[in-house]
Design a protein around this ligand. Structure first.
Ligand SMILES: [Zn+2]
Ligand SMILES: [Zn+2]
Length: 404
């Protein structure tokens, strides 16, 4: 009896769950994996789970999917559109939607697990299917690693995964080397000395300190980073004070720093920290600033040799015209935390999910960015087929390239 994957996708789409709250999704996956004969371990790093199929001598391959949804009110008008709500970490009721296609990732991986389990006489090795929580908040993969993932399961020889993207359904994109940006989120608290707004000489004003920090941070990219390296430093939050005639005692800054290279990342972050500390010292701050790294996405680096090997496998399986290279993406992913912790290669590809006719119409009129809803949009609606079937086939083809 085979799994009705389309029904599974629709079910998951109707029941989205926020990051680190993927209890129902994990339970649904657990049931399928158990039925398929996988040895299942649940509750890794919260709701994360892993299924292992030990099928004799040979390599160990990890296939990964992320499970979480987003606080977005779905406006696709699809018959199976989500009307679900949930509670965000602050306790607010928020609308929920699988606006990044993680429901497609989960369904395709369950489908691949089924295909590979049923064809186990054709290959040898160990298959690991991993379903991680909290990709959208950047910490899910690392949380599984920190919870002892690699003490619980064999170390894979390679990590493989995919993400739905606004490419025509049926197409796959592979890019060797740096494929996606790294992103670091920093919360910074500047400490001053509060007091009366009429007597600044009795205070150390954190508002002025914060203003200087924001200005000075703009020089990190323009003065510290080479013109050939891409970095974005954004101050997305700036909070201080309660009343016009009170000088507050602290100010808070929220930063996002995007980079495409680990050395550049290290340099940019050390420049940011230097500026923050030095401005506080220059202001006579009574205490050094607190710098907390909240979300972290490493640069997604596709192992070159493995990527080219997989490109050949995809080309053989689906035809050269279906396998493209859309280049480097400025978005970020935390899948690398799984491969980095194991010290093994990663290959992460994009799975086309856009309606091919809509894509062609938009491309013809040079309106791709405006006419094709991107991930995280309330209108994001991958076509169910052939996206799902190609997603299963891509995972199976990739796994079988290493498991033979
Ligand atoms: Zn996303
Ligand atoms: Zn995503």
């Amino acid at each position: 009896m085979s799994i009705d994957l389309e029904a599974l996708y629709i079910d998951l789409h109707r029941h989205p769950e926020l990051s680190f709250q993927e209890h129902r999704t994990a339970a649904v996956v657990e049931e399928h994996l158990t039925t398929l004969g996988f040895e299942v371990q649940t509750g890794i790093g919260g709701t994360g789970l892993v299924g292992i199929l030990d099928n004799g001598e040979g390599p160990t391959v990890m296939l990964r999917a992320d499970m979480d949804a987003l606080p977005v009110a779905e406006q696709t008008g699809l018959p199976y559109a989500s009307t679900a709500t949930g509670k965000d970490p602050d306790g607010n009721t928020v609308p929920l939607m699988h606006a990044c296609g993680h429901d497609m990732h989960v369904t395709a991986l369950v489908g691949a697990a089924e295909t590979l389990a049923e064809s186990a006489d054709e290959w040898s090795g160990t298959l690991i299917v991993l379903f991680q929580p909290g990709e959208e908040r950047g910490g899910g993969a690392q949380q599984m690693v920190d919870d002892g993932l690699y003490d619980l399961i064999p170390t894979p020889d390679i990590v493989l995964g995919q993400h739905v993207a606004p490419l025509p359904a049926g197409y796959l994109s592979l890019h060797a080397g740096v494929a996606m940006a790294g992103d670091d989120s920093l919360d910074i608290t500047l400490h001053g000395v509060g007091g009366h707004g009429s007597r600044p000489e009795t205070t150390v004003d954190p508002v002025v300190m914060a203003a200087n920090v924001v200005q000075r941070l703009q020089q990190v990219v323009s003065r510290d980073i080479a013109a050939t390296d891409a970095v974005v430093v954004t101050v997305g939050q700036l909070h201080a004070g309660t009343k016009n005639n009170i000088i507050p005692s602290t100010a808070m800054l929220g930063l996002s720093v995007r980079t495409f290279d680990d050395h550049v990342r290290t340099k940019a972050l050390s420049s940011v920290e230097r500026v923050v500390q030095a401005e506080a010292a220059a202001s006579g701050a009574p205490q050094a600033p607190d710098v907390n790294y909240t979300e972290r996405y490493p640069v997604t680096f596709n192992h070159e040799e493995s990527t080219e090997r997989l490109r050949e496998a995809f080309t053989d399986a689906f035809g050269a015209h279906k396998v493209v290279d859309i280049g480097v993406i400025s978005g970020s992913e935390d899948v690398s935390n799984l491969s980095l912790a194991a010290g093994v290669p990663l290959v992460y590809w994009f799975l086309g999910g856009a309606d091919p006719a809509l894509f062609e119409e938009a491309a013809t009129h040079d309106r791709l960015p405006t006419d094709l809803p991107s991930n995280h949009s309330p209108f994001f609606a991958p076509v169910l087929q052939p996206t799902l079937t190609r997603g299963v086939e891509a995972l199976v083809t990739a796994a079988r390239e290493w498991l033979y």
